[in-house]
Write a protein of this length. Structure first.
Ligand code: HMG
Ligand code: MG
Length: 302
């Protein structure tokens, strides 16, 4: 029996990032057929937005070097969205050739991370993204934007809210439908989340993307929901991180999010038991237990 709380959306859309943010950070390269099965199982569990892979330089992220092969292999189901990360025109070419219908560009709010992750400055990252978004929109694609280091940066420390809002608005102004605010290293706390969302003026096109390094992801998510956000990024089993920011650990676990939302009576369309068994299956293949508390708690029942 759910116990509702005021000020929450009736329904939350989960943007599942396990196959991309999760697997990009694994030390071992996961076989393409395992990735395909992971995506299939996530769809079976009721996830409708599954970020599948990245069309980045294969040397930069060898874990996802099989992006073209994976997309070719994957049977894409109607009603399910399979966004992929695309940083530049070369990445877009590859994605278009495979019939991708949704991409995400990914910018940085800080100079240090822009250099490390994109080999660009904050300013020149927009020059790289602008033609990508323009061409993607002209081809009828949906475009999401990420902004990383929205709360703190491992090299620069706390990141001022106005610096984040400035960079985020520029990504939205390129024509992106949605902006996902990334706490890449998981240092944000609820008051900071509220201040950042409010500083944007409207939560309508915002999503949140919390890594759980300091155990704040769920509290931060609840705060974001109470401030009008209704799209939340999460990764099955809580896997994830960024190879270009070592202090980044796993994402908010989808199971932890669904447990909380089920308890609140907020709809997600996700079947928790089915998701838990998927994460247990993957943890077995990766050779280590899932960091998700809910996966651990439900493991015996699955
Ligand atoms: P660069 O070295 O500046 O690239 O890297 P370039 O434009 O100078 O091109 C150099 C060569 O790479 C060229 O080949 C290009 O064709 C090739 P050459 O002509 O010399 O033979 N190339 C490519 N090949 C295949 N696919 C491509 C591609 N692009 C260029 N897309 C670049 C710039 C952006 C490519 C590089 O920095 C890169 O790939 N970065 C990706 C890093 C990444 O994926 N990080 C993890 C994702 S972000 C994240 O996890 C954060 C997030 O979760 C949110 C959060 O938590 O905050 C989203
Ligand atoms: Mg991330």
């Amino acid at each position: 029996m759910p116990y509702a709380m005021d000020g929450l959306p009736e329904r939350v859309t989960i943007h599942e990032v396990g196959p991309r943010d999760g697997l990009q950070n694994e030390k071992t390269v996961v076989a393409t057929e395992v990735k395909a099965e992971f995506v299939e199982r996530l769809a079976d569990a009721g996830l409708t937005r599954i970020e599948t892979t990245s069309f980045v330089h294969p040397k930069w992220v060898p874990q996802l070097a099989d992006a073209d092969d994976l997309l070719t292999r994957l049977e894409r189901r109607p009603g399910i969205r399979y966004p992929v990360l695309v940083p530049n025109e070369r990445g877009l070419e590859r994605a278009l050739a495979l019939g991708v219908t949704e991409i995400a560009i990914f910018g940085s709010a800080t100079e240090s991370f822009a250099r490390r992750n994109l080999n660009r400055s904050v300013e020149t990252q927009f020059d790289m993204f602008a033609p990508v978004v323009e061409r993607a929109l002209a081809n009828g694609l949906m475009v999401r934007a990420y902004l990383s280091m929205c709360f703190g940066d491992p090299w620069e420390g706390p990141v001022p809210v106005d610096q984040v809002v400035r960079a985020g608005r520029r990504l939205l102004d390129l024509g992106c439908a949605e902006l996902s605010l990334g706490d890449t290293i998981g240092v944000g706390t609820p008051g900071h989340v509220a201040a950042l969302i409010d500083a944007f003026g409207s939560p309508d096109r915002l999503a949140v993307h919390f890594h759980d390094t300091y155990g704040q992801a769920l509290a931060n998510t609840l705060t974001a929901l109470r401030h009008g956000v209704s799209v939340v990024d999460a990764s099955a089993g809580g896997i994830g991180g960024c190879p270009y920011a070592e202090s980044a650990t796993g994402n908010l676990a989808t199971e932890d999010l669904v447990w909380m939302l089920d308890g609140l009576g907020v709809e997600t369309g996700v079947d928790l038991r089915s998701l838990v068994s998927t994460s247990l299956w993957l943890a077995g293949l990766l050779g280590r237990p899932s960091p998700s508390r809910v996966v651990q708690a439900l493991a015996k029942e699955a």
